[in-house]
Write a new protein. Sequence first.
Length: 332
Amino acid sequence: MHSSRTSSSRPLSLLVLGGTRFLGRALVESALADGHRVTLFNRGLTAPGLFPDAETVLGDRTESLAALDGRRWDAVVDVAGYHPEVVARSAEALHGRVGRYVFVSSLSVLADQRTPQCETGTVLELRDGQPPHELYGARKAACERLVLSAFSPAATVIRPGMIVGPHDPTDRFAYWPRRFARGGRVLLPGDPADFAQFIDVRDVARWILTCIRSGLDGVFHTTGLPQPFGEFFEACRTVTASTATPVWAPTPALLAAGADPWMGVPMWIADPDCTAINQVDTTRARAAGLQLRPLPETLTDTLAWDTARGLPTPEGLTPAEEQRLLATLIPA
């Protein structure tokens, strides 16, 4: 692990490509709270004016970064790079003008999701005729290679797993504290010993800033420790003081009943090619300073945010589908 330490005694100047959705939002909030100077470069379409204390430069990175010409920053954080040609344009435009390039990738880059992997695991290659389910990971992997080639030893690649917490647009995590709070018979997927693996968005944000301050180079798997479903659901019950009745539905029965194996029940993954997707090795990041907040804190804050937003029809397993599965598999 290479470390070219950046002084933490002064505020940093940070450029964030994106910065107003989920992880970008948490990152900017954390950076501003620490007193850093933040410049956002985005199209101004999502939550414009969200951060009055940050500078916003409007532009479309898919076309040009000319609006940033003549500027320098201690680091750039690319939270919205999905296509190699776009990331290549950003890397070229910012080369020699940022002290560090932090690229937010994904654990989806891993070619083998059937056995637990560390950072040295083989990643996907982008190729013609690629299956659609591999494209996201293969594109992210190609972006990683571009950034590492252009900026090492001042390149940091963050590979998050499932990111959860307030402002999560997917609703896959918020479903569970909400569902336990509602009570009644709660369908629980799989087996209590099955693993879930996720990380609070605010912990990812803090880790990115740690990497910048400490000058950490290279690739880091960035997610939480594997959490048995049984412990996760018990935490949901405790945090919500729920009187719900848990009802476990084994994976084979759920599949036979027609449940989508990819989160047909939120956070449940039954794809046989992804048996280790929730057992990723995070030793390197934790040794370098990645810190994880207690699960009850994430559940409490997520439920408070979810309740406050008051969506009339939130995503996740619908009550009707849950009742269908319960009636089919475990009649009352």
